[in-house]
Ligand binder design. Structure first.
Ligand code: MN3
Length: 204
């Protein structure tokens, strides 16, 4: 079994000026490729053919022996987190709409309230990590933050929107200004992809 680096559905410069071409190129071809290669290496001999990477991460305690578990959490988490992150961004559909719009308004009281809470999670994640919008097992939307490459899948939540706040995601352009990167994220979110993820999570 070999997981593959997915091709991006847009060019590396498509998210300019908010996320620069060089950052996207390195992030995808070096970091995401690295997680992919290391995940494949860590799964060798485990006989997990037939499982998706998401299934392996969601059931990592049951499926993966302890001696390689942390390596799989780090690299498999890196693999699935980036598979989500790169695909919920794009140069189009940057306006919130669809079922996800209604759900955000119902759960958080409005987009502005949601945005504030999500940005707060992303800005206050200490060190490397992520902010996620997830669907919990009851079908409710929730904001969570995670250190390192930990995934909400391991808690039984399904992430539908993700923001990478590792320095490799923004340092070339924003240096220490993580808040500015976080605030610009909304300009490149492809809400039609988030909506698809949301509907899929509800029908699990
Ligand atoms: Mn990253």
């Amino acid at each position: 079994m070999k997981f593959e680096l997915p091709k991006l559905p847009y060019a590396y410069d498509a998210l300019e000026p908010y996320i620069d071409e060089k950052t996207m190129l390195i992030h995808h071809t070096k970091h995401h490729q690295g997680y992919t290669n290391n995940l494949n290496a860590s799964l060798e001999g485990l006989n997990l053919e037939g499982y998706s990477a998401e299934e392996i991460i969601a059931n990592v305690v049951e499926l993966v022996p302890e001696n390689v578990r942390q390596t799989v959490i780090n690299n498999g988490g890196g693999y699935v987190n980036h598979n989500l992150f790169f695909f919920i961004m794009g140069p189009q559909n940057n306006e919130l709409k669809g079922e996800i719009k209604q759900a955000i308004e119902e759960e958080f009281g409005g987009f502005e309230e949601f945005r504030e809470q999500f940005e707060q999670a992303a800005k206050t994640q200490f060190g490397s990590g992520w902010a996620f919008l997830v669907v919990d097992p009851k079908g409710k939307l929730k904001i969570v933050k995670k250190p390192n490459q930990n995934s909400p899948l391991t808690d039984g939540d399904i992430p539908v929107l993700a923001l990478d706040v590792w320095e490799h995601a923004y340092y070339l352009k924003y240096q220490n200004k993580r808040p500015e990167y976080v605030e610009n994220f909304w300009k490149v979110v492809d809400w039609s992809e988030v909506n698809k993820n949301y509907l899929k999570a509800l029908n699990k």
